[in-house]
Design a binder for this molecule. Structure first.
Ligand code: WQD
Length: 348
């Protein structure tokens, strides 16, 4: 089965790509590499060669806003009598802070790019899509765990683009309910790395997110961690989030593809998280315990846009996809550190 994976060289995309190829899917990776290194592709190939796994996945360097590129991808697959049967759509910009600085760029890439992709899929009668959504769409919330029917109220342009895309997908599904099969996966906090240490999270510049910042402190690239607030209404005053191992998240995407394959048509949105909330202090302590390293930190003021608690109710994913997370917080810390230790400067 041929799958088009947009954004397949990013942190999440590369882990999904590896899993798809290992499971025997015929994978086309489309990526503009604006936010990722082409060395990721080398890392995927190294892993597959080390495991003696035959692979023939294709990489297309392109932008989802370029209709010609998208048309060519679908046309070429049809000409090979190997049409694209499903799309896993991750391509997009994802920095909350950056989306405040350049909102129109976020609307253009994320929403116009996705509209382009969906038009092309429709024209080529490819009606099956797994979309990379985000828990950010829930916005400020004082209820946890969060279920999928929680109020949608994004508080940043990035989250608003994700809501716009979910609405676009719904309208498209309603326009042809016989054919379209849509699964929007709402990620909480994907962290960690592939157990081989060949793939991991390598943010460009200073990491916005907690976990890669911790691993960069651990490897000596950052002096200390800044903890944004210890006066939140949580057990220890630091922010509580739902950290899900990147491989658990990736497996959720393959279960979503299987789910779509089992349906004539559907439209679902599903939380993907660990279902457990951990505070910043708990993450730091677990990381230190798992690695034997010391993570120095300073407590700073709260960060704009943060909330006290955000973690998932994952019962729908268990019920619909038969999916549940398998890896512990300790495994997240061990795998994340293993990647950073083996790749002190990331992919470059
Ligand atoms: C986690 C906790 C911070 C950094 C973001 C995006 C979301 C999604 C996942 C895309 C919070 C604290 C963080 C640091 C800290 N991405 N923190 N020091 O904000 O839950 O979610 O990433 O979909 O859209 O919003 O993740 O890792 O930034 O923060 O104390 O240097 O760690 O305050 O409590 P967040 P995060």
């Amino acid at each position: 089965m041929r799958v088009l994976l947009t954004g397949g060289s990013g942190f999440i995309g590369s882990h999904i790509a590896l899993l798809l190829i290992e499971r025997g899917y015929d994978v086309l990776i489309l990526d503009s590499f604006v936010n990722s290194s082409t060395n990721v592709i080398k890392a995927i190939k190294t892993y597959l060669d080390n495991k003696n796994i035959n692979h023939s996945f294709k990489i297309i360097n392109g932008d989802i806003r370029d209709k010609k590129t998208l048309d060519r991808i679908f046309d070429d697959s049809a000409k090979e009598f190997n049409p694209i049967q499903s799309v896993i759509h991750l391509a997009g910009l994802k920095s909350v802070s950056q989306s405040f600085i350049d909102p129109l760029h976020y609307w253009n890439v994320n929403v116009c790019g996705t509209q382009n992709l969906l038009s092309t899929m429709n024209e080529h009668e490819c009606f099956s899509i797994v979309f990379s959504s985000s828990a950010t769409i829930y916005g400020l919330t004082d209820s946890a765990p969060i279920t999928e029917d929680h109020k949608i109220s994004p508080i940043n342009p990035y989250g608003k683009t994700k809501v716009a895309i979910e609405n676009m997908l719904y309208d498209l599904y309603k326009s042809n309910m016989k054919s379209w099969k849509v699964c929007s996966l709402r990620y909480f906090n994907p962290v960690g790395a592939h157990s081989s240490g060949l793939l991991g999270e390598d943010p460009i510049g200073i990491p916005n997110n907690l976990f890669p910042y911790i691993t960069q402190v651990a490897i000596g690239r950052r002096n200390h961690l800044n903890i944004f607030g210890d006066d939140w209404a949580t057990t220890d005053g630091s922010g509580v989030r739902d950290y899900i191992h990147i491989m658990d998240l990736s497996e959720g995407h393959l279960d979503a593809i299987d789910y779509l394959n089992s349906k004539e048509s559907c439209f679902e949105f599903i939380n993907l998280g660990s279902g457990i909330g951990y505070s910043v202090f708990q993450i730091v302590s677990q990381f230190e315990l798992s690695t034997g390293l010391d993570i120095p930190f300073l407590v700073k003021d709260r960060r704009d846009g943060d909330v006290a608690k955000c973690y998932a109710d994952i019962s729908k994913a268990k019920k619909l996809l038969g999916w549940k997370p398998k890896r512990s917080l300790e495994q997240i810390c061990l795998d994340g550190w293993n990647w950073q230790k083996k790749n002190p400067n990331g992919y470059n």
